[in-house]
Ligand binder design. Structure first.
Ligand code: GLA
Length: 747
């Protein structure tokens, strides 16, 4: 049993292989958080000495014990208006205008298996993989019960949390904040790492020490956003990639999110995470309930890489529902950066022929195939084929693509609509707009009101029909603006604060229906690149387009940040043309492939424009990708070096979990005169194993080094210990953005 209840101490202990999490039903039934960290035996209430602290009040019944205060003790789910002045997890208002609830223990249950959240994406468990703890807290005066749910995945070292709030009284309740997690870390000093950015520059890593006050990582854009990814990490100041304590907080949510971290008067840290409370207000009629989204918690003392590995495995094995997540996926060619909107059937077929000849397996037709979609000002919503471009319809094109021996994939953007579209002319009220006000435009488009069932039903009918009618193997599900003007005519005034979350529920229900009905179709999530790269979308789509920035050098930092929380086989990555359409930079095609091979690996350029030599390189790249495919998918990912720190190169590695093989990739980002030796320590190898090493360089070597290489026979066999502790010195790379791949195979 990974969940134990000790009645004498009134403690719940949740154990995973390497961690323990302890909760106690404290005096008066308040639920205290005692411990979360490395696995250890004991009852951790001894850590909390009584303390009489001025201006930290005491519950009425304990008023003569001035040394017991909710304001000082770690809580499992903090309230408001009850004497704990730190971050609250729940803000509710009763219909008589009373704020807050006095939440105390009511009952609990421990069950095998994992709880489910029917309306939202959440982790799943196979037989015996998880246990559930449910603790119900209640406040009869407010008429509310709050069920705290814990899914304990022993072997994975992950604890999932979710919260269910029920109106058990006779009056209406209004939730003004309903977080999913409160995690108190009473001791220690911590750095906060978050992943911020902007369109075409997502998930840049920021690490800074927490200091007194509140830090917030959030999105109010109706999407998890390019600007602030929902994944947040806390680690010791001294934590490195392979050493030190780290906690991860990952909301399984794609809409407005907020993770706050407060350092209080005593130096304790409280983290509260869940749906953003701005423009959120949820009405609960008597008998109604509200589910707050799931959050995935993980702890390790094995450093940042250790924490990444926990999330990578968990998202692949227990969150993404598609069986395609753990299977070989086709090498694709997407026509977007090759043609943008300017194509005819013949253009696509020419690209497809070339692609097939070079070894590509899937042709993706991106934006522009439908309605009057000749540019991005019109046509969204009109999901019927543009016969001027494709005179034989999608049927004709798809048949020809299949005849070439390629699979076929299609771009769609179901959630948006242009004013200039038949759909908008028919249903102007389906777009989110505020009465009496002109809506904001993003890419000259509006957002459909997915909080309305009739809208999601129409979307389901439209896209399930497309998937039934055409022989399609892949869908790119895009969303190219953020939400604004959240107002739904289908909801009464006192429920308008529900629109943004109901939008997400509508989207999830739609994706759930479509992905269940078409399990063989590979869904790739997208939102102007990586604007919704989150665990919620990953539940439905095994890959997500990582960024609209396909410049190989910029991609290094985007993929680096993405790798902290998300598995690399989910990271959509393509080789595109040079000069880069985003930065104007030119990089060798070999380097572009090395970078794309860190993710799903595909192409997005006009192959006809490549030289014969480049085409041969593409053939070899695809062959290499197939050779490494299993390793890239199932290998453990290590961030070996990052140019933001060393100002010279970025390197990463995939190592088979059993140490039998590994692939190290290095990209020179800043060529230097008289450079320092390019030295790396490899990871994840078998210390006692003997490895052969195959090194390929893409781009140039320093001329001197070429001479040396000629004269010197490289060593053939190295021990795993030598490569991990002594490391490896690469040849000096030279010129603009060369790269190297080193493949290691245990003898
Ligand atoms: C978004 C996507 C791109 C492309 C365009 C098409 O920006 O991220 O990959 O599909 O839309 O309009």
């Amino acid at each position: 049993m990974s969940i134990q209840f000790q009645p004498e101490e009134k403690t719940f202990t949740l154990c995973t292989r390497h961690t323990a999490y302890q909760i106690q039903i404290g005096p008066l039934g308040y639920l205290l958080h005692l411990y979360y960290g490395r696995r250890a035996e004991g009852t951790f209430d001894y850590l909390y000495r009584p303390k009489d602290c001025g201006f930290s009040p005491n519950p009425y019944e304990l008023r003569l014990d001035r040394d017991w205060s909710l304001d000082l003790l770690p809580q499992e789910y903090s309230g408001s208006n009850g004497g704990d002045y730190r971050l609250s997890s729940l803000n509710l208002v009763t219909d008589s205008g009373v704020w807050g609830a006095d939440l105390r223990y009511v009952r609990h249950a421990i069950t095998s298996g994992k709880y489910t959240l029917p309306s939202m994406p959440s982790a799943f468990a196979r037989d015996g993989e998880a246990e559930t703890l449910s603790i119900v807290l209640g406040d009869p005066a407010a008429g509310v019960e709050v069920e705290l749910l814990y899914g304990v995945y022993e072997a994975r070292d992950v604890i999932t949390r979710a919260v269910r709030i029920a109106n058990t009284g006779s009056g209406v309740l209004r939730l003004e904040k309903a977080a999913s997690v409160c995690l108190d870390l009473p001791f220690g000093t911590w750095d906060l790492i978050h992943f911020h950015g902007r369109h075409a520059m997502e998930r840049q890593v920021d690490r800074s020490p927490l200091s007194p006050g509140i830090r917030t990582v959030s999105s109010r854009r109706g999407a998890s956003s390019h600007q602030e990814n929902p994944f947040v990490l806390l680690c010791q100041h001294s934590a490195t990639e392979d050493h030190g304590e780290c906690y991860g907080v990952m909301p399984v949510y794609s809409g407005n999110h907020k993770t706050e971290a407060e350092v209080d008067q005593m130096g304790s840290v409280r983290v509260v995470s869940g749906i953003h409370d701005q423009q959120f207000s949820w009405k609960l009629e008597p008998g109604e309930g509200f589910d707050a989204p799931e959050v995935l918690l993980a702890y390790t003392d094995q450093g940042l890489t250790g924490l990444s590995h926990l999330y990578h495995r968990f998202l692949r094995q227990n969150l993404c529902r598609s069986s395609l997540m753990n299977r070989p996926r086709p090498v694709l060619l997407n026509n977007w950066e090759a043609t943008y909107f300017q194509f005819q059937e013949d253009t696509i077929l020419q690209i497809a022929r070339e692609a097939k000849d070079l070894g590509v397996e899937l042709l993706v037709l991106d934006d522009g195939w439908f309605g009057q979609r000749d540019d991005d000002n019109r046509g969204l919503g009109d999901w019927y084929v543009n016969t001027r471009k494709l005179p034989e319809g999608l049927e004709g094109l798809i048949a020809k693509i299949h005849d070439l021996g390629l699979q076929f994939g299609l771009w769609v953007e179901p959630e948006s609509v242009n004013e200039d579209s038949d759909l908008y002319r028919r249903h102007p009220d389906w777009a989110l707009t505020v009465p009496g006000r002109k809506p904001t435009m993003g890419r000259n488009q509006l957002v459909l009101d997915l909080s309305r069932k009739e809208v999601t039903d129409w979307l389901y009918a439209t896209f399930s029909e497309i998937l039934r009618r055409y022989d399609i193997q892949y869908i790119k599900w895009d969303m190219n603006r953020n939400l604004a003007d959240a107002y739904s005519p289908a909801l009464p005034p006192d429920r308008q604060g529900e629109v943004l979350h109901r939008y997400m529920l509508g989207l999830y229900a739609l994706l759930d229906r479509l992905t269940r009905e078409f399990p063989a179709v590979l869904f790739e999530g997208c939102s102007g690149g990586g604007g919704r790269f989150d665990a919620g979308m990953l539940a439905y789509s095994p890959q997500i387009w990582c960024s609209d920035d396909t410049d190989a050098i910029e991609r290094l930092s985007i993929q680096y940040g993405t790798s902290f929380g998300y598995p690399m086989p989910a990271v959509g990555a393509h080789v595109s043309a040079v000069p880069s359409h985003q930065t104007g930079r030119s990089t060798p095609i070999g380097t572009r492939a090395v970078v794309a091979m860190a993710g799903t690996f595909g192409y997005e350029l006009d192959l006809k424009r490549l030289s014969d030599d480049e085409k041969n390189q593409v053939r070899r790249q695809i062959a290499r990708f197939h050779e490494y495919d299993a390793l890239l998918r199932d290998g453990d990912y290590y961030r070996l070096a990052v140019s933001a720190e060393n100002h010279a190169f970025t390197a990463w590695e995939f190592a088979a979990p059993d140490g039998s093989e590994a692939l190290v990739s290095v990209v020179l980002t800043h060529p230097q005169a008289n450079p320092r030796p390019l030295h790396l320590r490899f990871q994840g190898l078998d210390e006692l194993g003997q490895y052969t090493l195959r090194q390929e360089v893409f781009g140039n070597l320093v001329p001197d080094d070429l001479l040396h290489m000629k004269g010197r026979k490289p060593q053939q066999v190295y021990s795993g210990a030598a490569l991990m502790y002594g490391g490896y010195t690469l040849p000096d790379l030279f010129g603009d953005y060369p790269s190297a791949q080193i493949y290691l195979k245990r003898l």
